[in-house]
Ligand binder design. Sequence first.
Ligand SMILES: *[C@@H]1O[C@H](CO)[C@@H](O)[C@H](O)[C@H]1NC(C)=O
Ligand SMILES: *[C@@H]1O[C@H](CO)[C@@H](O)[C@H](O)[C@H]1NC(C)=O
Length: 196
Amino acid sequence: MAKLFYLLSIITIIIVLATTSTMGWPTNHVVESVQTTHSRFPIDDGGQKQTHLRFFWHNFAGEQQPTAITIAQGPTTNSSKTKFGLLNAFDDPITVGPNLSSQLLGQSQGIYASTDQKTAGLLMVMNFFFSYGNYKGSTLTILGRNQVFNEVREMPILGGTGLFRFARGFVEARTHSVDSKSSYTIVQYDCYIFYY
Ligand SMILES: *[C@@H]1O[C@H](CO)[C@@H](O)[C@H](O)[C@H]1NC(C)=O
Ligand SMILES: *[C@@H]1O[C@H](CO)[C@@H](O)[C@H](O)[C@H]1NC(C)=O
């Protein structure tokens, strides 16, 4: 009898766990009602996915149809060898290949600021907004330090939206080419992303 009771309890627990694990997010959004058992967390249901995306970022900082413009600077920025305090806004196309006429994937939008007094180092605050392909309508958010003359610059992926909800990971940026006459820079971005 005790054995049967024990068995019944186990079955009940299994049924309860199976039901709660399919419930997903609580619908009432009341934080207090969220239980911390991992079976309630929807990311345990779907499993983690990972992907590597490579694309090319086109930044035009010259006077002709710029995609990056200076929006602020400090009183000592002009005399700083690293342009410390210079703040730029940008809306740069990202494409599949290094040629600007290759398939447009979306836009890279944000601000970069010169935040290093000793070397050319930027604070990047950047969203990738995809308008083509598998990730159309989704975004990735990057925030990090970009020491632009280094061969490889690593920056963290802080999160994402759409298909990239719960995203984390990092990007590697490599300068592909610089045309200093027209201030046109192409940077290769490799994104290593975990998402659900
Ligand atoms: C810095 O240089 C730019 C461009 O030469 C000029 O427009 C700006 O007024 C200068 N700013 C200061 C604070 O000197
Ligand atoms: C980019 O593509 C265009 C059109 O296909 C071509 O004319 C041009 O030479 C290419 N540029 C480079 C640098 O390969």
